[in-house]
Design a binder for this molecule. Structure first.
Ligand SMILES: [Zn+2]
Length: 242
């Protein structure tokens, strides 16, 4: 299946928190979307591999993505090397996305920046025909997405562009809340963490409000692009008084 947009996240829930709104908005826009989680988040303080797997599946349904896969790399210990790049290259060639999104280039959690570099490197290498990969016994064709964008996570980074998610903000929050062991959860016996208090969920909302304010809408998500973004016409721009 060919996808329009493929989003990589190192931990299940990274995508929901940072660009779940974009995925929902693009789904309304008729696009084929997918998520690939690099790890099962097995080092997370709360929850287990099984609970996180069930939560990721529930969130995927809320976000109506066409595919969600898990590459089962080692949480905390994966590295940016050939073996890991090849796993990402195989996924990119399998789904042939026009746009790839990946983790923030630097963040509170060191996995995020490392994952970002890994996906970025693999996204480039995927276009080289002399790197041979195989799927179901058949050789894969090289594929390079037109854009690789990094979404913004916990640490504030200045975005190069923001996407209006006002229409889908409620659904985005619903997808985040599908991770019942991770967020806004005070009713079980596991230790509280940086992300499990109601304050954290509130911070996701005010970050979206802040990005929204930059373009005169209620809520938005921010992205970084190393490549210059071109438009065919000014008609694609949001025109609000800001
Ligand atoms: Zn994460």
């Amino acid at each position: 299946m060919k996808l329009d947009i493929l989003v990589f996240g190192v931990h299940p829930d990274d995508v929901e928190l940072s660009c779940g709104g974009m995925l929902l908005a693009e789904k309304l826009n008729g696009k084929k979307t997918g998520i690939i989680d690099l790890t099962q988040g097995e080092l997370g303080t709360r929850g287990t591999i099984d609970t996180r797997k069930a939560e990721a599946a529930a969130a995927a349904e809320i976000m109506q993505v066409d595919i969600r896969e898990n590459l089962q790399m080692a949480d905390g210990f994966f590295v940016n090397n050939e073996a890991h790049q090849r796993k990402i290259i195989e996924a990119i060639r399998k789904y042939q996305p026009e746009i790839i999104c990946c983790n923030a280039p630097e963040d509170r959690h060191p996995d995020h920046g490392r994952s970002s570099g890994l996906v970025e490197d693999a996204a480039f290498l995927s276009g080289l025909r002399k790197i041979e990969t195989v799927i179901d016994g058949l050789p894969q064709a090289p594929w390079r997405a037109k854009y690789v964008f990094q979404y913004i996570q916990d640490k504030y980074l200045h975005p190069n562009f923001v996407i209006d998610i006002s229409e889908v903000m409620d659904k985005k929050l619903e997808a985040i809340k599908a991770y019942t062991t991770q967020f806004n959860s005070t009713d079980n016996n596991e230790p509280q963490t940086y992300i499990s208090s109601p304050d954290f969920l509130e911070s996701v909302i005010y970050r979206s409000k802040m990005f929204g304010k930059m373009i005169g809408v209620n809520y938005a998500e921010g992205f970084i692009s190393k490549k210059m973004i071109g438009f065919n016409t000014f008609d694609a721009f949001i025109k609000r008084n800001t």
